[in-house]
Design a protein around this ligand. Structure first.
Ligand code: B12
Length: 291
């Protein structure tokens, strides 16, 4: 279901007059649709796209569904240390809506999904993940932080521009035995931002499931995340080879903290990448070739 905003609501959200907004719409800078009665209405995803590309900072992000008690004053996209420090601080206090607000506000401010994942969320979670060694709240805060970041990214997904029905397809998941959900969810957002229709298979996906999905969707791109080292790296390598064979009309990229331990099949369509920024660059390049 697409959510729509009236010109008045969007004008209030970004702190401009309704007449400026209507002028931008008439100039074609902002995509609007018309209701049956002829009134302008703006799809939420188009509003977000407009804000991101025009460098505007929302004064009432709550009108866009982004709300928290505290704003993001002083932290802007492009300042990874400041943003990661702030996210860590609110996660440490389990201030879930402030954390969500921060992540979504940085996105509205023009941050790329890959940057948010690699440079803001990843280092914050790594610090929270080390807490348990000396703080008895460590485990509950880690579980809460993961839940909060997951929900923020789910909400961010709804703000991303829609992709065309004939856009290339990407799918992927975390390898069997790997319970980590966030990296594969991040990969899905990153490929969506690069213009793919994505199918995230989630955590702990057996090789047979990945192969069946490849035969079903015929993706141009398959990602696999390894957050843990598989119990038998040699067995995993054989599975990877079967996956790569099924995916021989497209690319297979692997990454994650445990990926270095798995020998890669010697096939030209298989690559190891280190970060979401590399995945974004690779996906953008591959999507350009597919067109
Ligand atoms: C959340 C979390 C959990 C959750 C996971 C829940 C879930 N459903 O996802 C739970 C609570 C289950 C958990 C369990 C455990 N955990 Co844990 N966990 C974490 C934590 C805090 C965050 C992980 C995360 O999601 N990070 C965010 C992701 C996105 O970051 P990332 O993995 O670094 O991924 C980046 C890159 O690697 C890359 N990337 C990743 N995948 C891919 C794929 C592609 C294609 C590409 C291109 C790139 C790419 O891009 C990402 C973004 O930059 C980490 C701390 C940390 N340092 O990460 C500990 C951590 C990983 N856990 C740890 C441990 C010890 C455990 C347990 C063994 C604890 C226990 N005793 O039970 C268990 C083991 C679980 C298992 N069966 O494997 C240790 C690992 C130590 C080690 N070196 O082995 C860590 C480092 C915490 C610590 N400092 O002690 N954990």
């Amino acid at each position: 279901v697409t959510k729509y905003l009236s010109p008045r609501a969007l004008a209030a959200a970004i702190g401009v007059s309704e007449s400026s907004l209507k002028r931008w719409a008439d100039e074609g800078r902002l995509g609007v649709e018309r209701t049956a009665g002829g009134h302008r209405r703006i799809p939420l995803t188009e509003a977000v796209h407009f804000i991101r590309r025009s460098g505007l900072t929302p004064v009432r992000p709550d009108l866009l569904g982004v709300s928290g008690e505290e704003g993001v004053e002083g932290v802007r996209a492009g300042d990874p240390e400041g943003a990661a420090e702030r996210l860590h601080a609110v996660l440490l206090q389990d201030r879930a809506s402030d954390a969500r607000n921060l992540i979504l506000s940085l996105y509205l401010d023009g941050a790329s999904v890959a940057w948010l994942c690699d440079d803001v969320i990843r280092p914050s979670l790594a610090r929270i993940g080390a807490l348990w060694e000396h703080d008895e709240r460590g485990i509950f805060l880690e579980h809460r932080a993961l839940e909060t970041c997951t929900r923020a990214l789910t909400q961010l997904r709804l703000l991303q521009p829609a992709v065309a029905a004939d856009a290339p397809v990407a799918l992927g998941g975390a390898f069997e035995g790997d319970v980590y959900q966030l990296p594969t969810a991040m990969a899905a957002l990153v490929v969506a931002e690069a213009g793919y229709r994505e199918h995230n298979l989630g955590a702990d996906t057996p090789a047979a499931g990945i192969i069946a999905a490849i035969l079903h969707y015929r993706p141009q791109l398959v990602w696999l995340s390894f957050s843990t080292v598989p119990r038998s790296p040699r067995h995993a390598a054989r599975s990877l080879d079967r996956i790569a064979e099924a995916q021989d009309c497209g690319a297979l990229v692997v990454g994650g903290r445990g990926a270095g331990a798995v020998p890669l099949p010697d096939r030209p369509n298989v690559h190891r990448l280190d970060s979401m920024a590399e995945l974004a660059a690779y996906a953008r390049g591959a999507v350009a070739l597919a067109r």
